[in-house]
Design a binder for this molecule. Structure first.
Ligand code: DGJ
Length: 632
């Protein structure tokens, strides 16, 4: 629910309120975010009081000698008018001028949540759940129009924020930063909670007190990354799992991102989230509009658990979509750690038979089924069956799996190409690379240029053919390297835009697939959890959490992940002991007890199981099925 009175805007969700106003200089002043308040009578008590000029501060203008933008909580900060904190927007005009001062022009409040049609993934909600406030600001010199959008999601206590800028100046401006969201808080006594790591140790929770200055939580690897997830929390001192103030923020984006958390010299806190300005630049011609990705914001007085529950509810209701939304996810067996590249139809069917006998519902054929791929040096891009391993083809294998009463799933890595492949030989220029340099390899492979439509069309055609022929029910979409040599060989855009255009290309391709195959359950993966984010979850309802399947490591990885994401989004498998990544031994019960707190799977050679272990697994599967709706 959203009200406006005398240009004071009050946004309510079931348990929270967010208040802002247009102040005397026409800037948007942030007044309050926290527990729901019942009345806004005497709201002027929250207005910034500025009665004397402070030291060397810059006054906004001569009419307001005591008002400095540097010490007010603002909704969206420009640059060069006295606010010396991190700005939400930065751009240069043709002559290089960068001063940006956005002032209130108009607003409207509408029921529901309008779509942006920006090509970016976005949350959705109808008129019963959502109300939207759109505020238009104009840059003081005219011609640049900033739209800030706030949508309240009542039931999950989430506010979705968007920002977009339109250039009507008659000249081109270069955009260096357009934050999705700014949140200024009047205090700085918070701890920052981030989710950090690397391959095989994704999203370990870090907690540290805010200090004066700027902390940056970001990714410059081309993916949302296992280094620093875009989900962050600010918790008041003494907040614990179940009580105390907690603010949470996440981004609906899968590429480079940055969260700036700044404590100002006056003890105020600023949080900014959005595209990473370190790797972003966009030429905005006159007449064009640029959309930043959506950001989501929540507050709970019930500590970190309260904020996490809000995010879980929001993701399950307003991010996940399609036929697998609210649908119980099948227990799977994946052949990767059972066979790696070394399999035949016989070994796969033996594994499948043991799995079906134990009650497993989905058989997933992982890497190695295509081209001449016997190791990770070849064939990415050649999405035709490897007839040496599977002489009767995928359709025949799939039929046999279906005949056992299981669903059939297939691995793919669409965004990549191996040098040793027919695709590379036919289209060397489709590889992301600079014309005069050798590109850097990652896992012996290279990126395909998804900014090009012909590349996306080719991937759509070749993979659709396989999925149709093999009657695939599930797809694991992998992505096993980070970005380098960012350059599009057929670019009609400036190369600084490559990374964001790649993401737009990826989203376009995934949208085509989910539209064409609405029945398929997609699981995204990026060397485990290198792209566990809300952007991917808009297309694919679950994500492979980590390549590390060791039960002890997984306790940290899954606990961290669960702070921002629901259990139904987290793939979790029981694997062999000793574990292949850590070599740690653990018993079958511990492995299941951890993996059951996610979407359960098995990734081990089930055909070699002995008596008691086999019985335990049979019981685990029966138990998980009984309690599946609770776990998921
Ligand atoms: C990385 C994934 O995370 C693994 O589960 C497996 O699919 C391999 N890639 C296959 O190459």
């Amino acid at each position: 629910m959203i009200h406006e009175k005398d240009l004071v805007f009050t946004l309510h969700t079931t348990w929270t309120s967010y208040i802002l106003r247009v102040n005397e200089t026409n800037h948007l002043e942030h007044l309050y975010y926290g527990r729901r308040i019942r009345t806004t009578d005497h709201i002027e008590a929250l207005f910034d009081k500025h009665t004397i000029p402070t030291g060397n501060a810059v006054a906004y203008d001569e009419e307001h000698p005591t008002l400095t933008l540097d010490n007010i909580c603002l909704e969206y900060s420009g640059y060069g008018k006295g606010d010396h904190r991190e700005p939400a927007i930065l751009f240069s005009r043709a002559q290089g001028d960068r001063v940006a001062d956005f002032l209130y022009k108009e607003h409207r409040i509408i029921k529901g949540k309008p779509r942006s049609f920006s090509g970016l993934p976005e949350s959705y909600g109808d008129k019963t759940h959502c109300t939207t406030l759109i505020i238009v600001l104009i840059e003081k010199s005219g011609g640049l129009r900033l739209e800030l959008t706030y949508t309240t999601f009542d039931g999950s206590d989430v506010i979705v924020r968007r920002s977009a800028i339109t250039n009507d100046t008659g000249e081109t401006v270069v955009l260096q930063r357009l934050a999705s969201l700014q949140l200024d808080l009047p205090r700085s006594t918070y701890d920052l909670v981030t989710f950090d790591g690397a391959w095989a140790r994704e999203r370990y929770r870090s907690v540290f007190p805010l200090r004066p200055g700027v902390h940056v939580n970001d990714s410059k690897s081309g993916t949302s990354s296992s280094r620093h997830n875009p989900c962050v929390f600010l918790t008041a001192r003494k907040t614990n799992e179940n009580q105390g103030d907690c603010y949470g923020c996440n981004l609906v984006y899968s590429g480079d991102h940055a969260q700036f958390i700044e404590v100002s010299p006056y003890g105020k806190t600023r949080l900014l989230t959005g595209l990473n300005p370190a790797t972003f630049s966009w030429q905005l011609h006159s007449g064009e509009k640029f959309h930043a990705p959506e950001a989501i914001l929540t507050y709970s007085h019930e500590g970190l658990n309260g904020a996490s529950r809000n995010f879980h509810r929001f993701i399950n209701n307003h991010i996940i979509r399609g036929s697998w939304k609210y649908h119980q996810r099948p227990i799977l067996v994946n052949n990767w750690e059972a066979t790696y590249f070394n399999f035949s139809e016989h070994t796969l069917l033996t594994l499948a038979k043991s799995a079906a006998d134990l009650g497993i519902e989905l058989f997933v054929l992982d890497d190695g089924w295509f081209g001449s791929r016997d190791d990770d040096t070849t064939s990415l891009g050649d999405w035709t069956v490897n007839t040496k391993k599977l002489p009767d083809g995928l359709a025949s294998l799939s039929k046999k799996i279906h005949g056992m009463g299981m669903l059939f799933g297939l691995w793919c890595e669409p965004e990549m190409v191996s040098r040793k492949s027919q695709l590379y030989r036919a289209h060397p220029d489709w590889m992301v690379s600079l014309p005069d340099r050798n590109p850097s390899p990652g896992r012996n492979q290279y990126l395909l240029d998804l900014t090009r439509k012909e590349v996306r069309d080719h991937l759509f055609e070749s993979l659709s053919t396989v999925w149709r022929l093999a009657e695939v029910d599930y797809v694991k979409w992998d992505m096993n390297r980070t970005f380098s040599d960012m350059h599009g060989n057929a670019a009609s855009y400036r190369q600084e835009e490559f990374l964001h255009r790649y993401m737009l290309g990826l989203y376009d391709l995934m949208q085509r697939f989910v539209d064409a195959f609405p029945h398929i359950l997609f699981e995204s993966c990026a060397s485990g959890g290198n792209r566990f984010d809300l952007g991917m979850l808009c297309y694919m309802p679950q994500t492979w959490t980590s390549d590390n399947t060791d039960a002890l490591s997984r306790m940290y990885i899954q606990e961290g992940t669960s702070c921002g994401y629901p259990l139904s989004a987290m793939g979790a498998h029981v694997s062999d002991s000793p574990n292949h990544q850590t070599l740690r031994q653990s018993n079958i019960e511990s492995r299941f007890n951890v993996a059951s707190f996610g979407v359960l799977g098995y990734e081990m050679d089930l055909s070699r199981l002995q008596g008691q272990e086999k019985e335990s697994i049979r019981q685990q599967i029966a138990f998980y099925k009984l309690h599946r709706s609770l776990f998921q």
